[in-house]
Design a protein around this ligand. Structure first.
Ligand code: ADP
Ligand code: ADP
Length: 229
């Protein structure tokens, strides 16, 4: 069974422009999937359906084969974690540590487990030194890592990242590529990310969807879509 799937997903903002025009998307366990497309293609709109932030105008979104609904939304958000493009939308606590603890606390985990997860993700993202800092005072790259840590601390099975390298310097991009590549093998996670940096795709993804004006216009294994790069 696919961990995440959309069936003929259509979505219109204000019942006006059709931002998604019938998307059939699947993601399996441990896959690394890239979604590429120009600005306005519909990538963010699609991602917001993956954990129920947006509700389809028609069609379905399924997680572990179950359609997303009001009654399983909490469970879905444990399974699918989203890292937004703009880290400022995601970090709001007085310290980095509290920010990372926010998700696990909301899940109702005990204090010891929360501390353990906070420490683990701080280590994983090499941001232990930022533990007591004010998130809003950090650099773009540091904020991005805090936002990713906050999502990982919830231990989702799927992590969705919207333009994860936007605003990072080359070193930050390289670190992120290395880090993301470890997640499926180490933690059995599925990675879905969007980018308009095509050169990034073979560095991370094994499968790619090309989105244009709300429709999938190409898809395939990275080697099929990009040749033998
Ligand atoms: P294999 O096990 O042969 O390496 P997969 O099981 O990943 O390959 O894929 C089997 C078939 O499904 C292939 O045709 C592949 O292109 C396709 N496929 C793989 N991942 C996806 C995906 N996320 N969405 C749609 N089709 C996929
Ligand atoms: P991408 O992430 O690929 O840049 P988006 O999903 O942000 O694309 O946008 C897809 C389409 O939906 C665009 O035409 C965009 O203008 C429109 N759109 C996005 N967000 C909104 C919104 N909040 N209200 C109205 N239209 C929107």
């Amino acid at each position: 069974m696919h961990i995440l799937e959309t069936r003929n997903l259509k979505y219109s903002y204000n019942n006006d422009i059709e931002a998604l025009k019938g998307i059939n998307f699947i993601a399996g366990r441990k896959q690394k999937i890239a979604i590429i497309g120009a600005n306005g293609a519909g990538k963010s709109t699609l991602f917001k359906h993956f954990n129920g932030i947006l509700t389809p105008s028609s069609g379905e979104v399924l997680v572990h084969g179950e359609p997303i609904s009001k009654s399983n939304l909490k469970e879905i958000r444990k399974t699918v974690g989203i890292v937004f493009q703009n880290s400022d939308d995601q970090i709001f606590s007085p310290t980095v540590e509290e920010d990372i603890a926010f998700g696990p606390t909301n899940l109702g985990l005990d204090e010891e487990t929360i501390q353990h997860r906070v420490n683990e993700t701080l280590r994983l993202l090499s941001i232990e030194h930022l533990r007591d800092r004010v998130p809003h005072h950090l650099s773009g790259g540091e904020k991005k890592r805090v936002a990713i840590a906050g999502v990982l601390a919830m231990e989702p099975q799927v992590i969705v990242l919207d333009e994860p390298t936007a605003g990072l310097d080359p070193r930050g991009v390289k670190d992120l590529i290395g880090f993301l590549n470890e997640l499926p093998e180490k933690y059995g996670m599925t990675i879905i990310f969007s980018t308009h940096s095509v050169e990034l795709v073979p560095e991370i993804a094994d499968y790619v969807y090309v989105l244009d004006k709300g429709a999938i216009v190409a898809q395939g294994g990275v080697r099929d879509v990009f040749g033998n790069e």
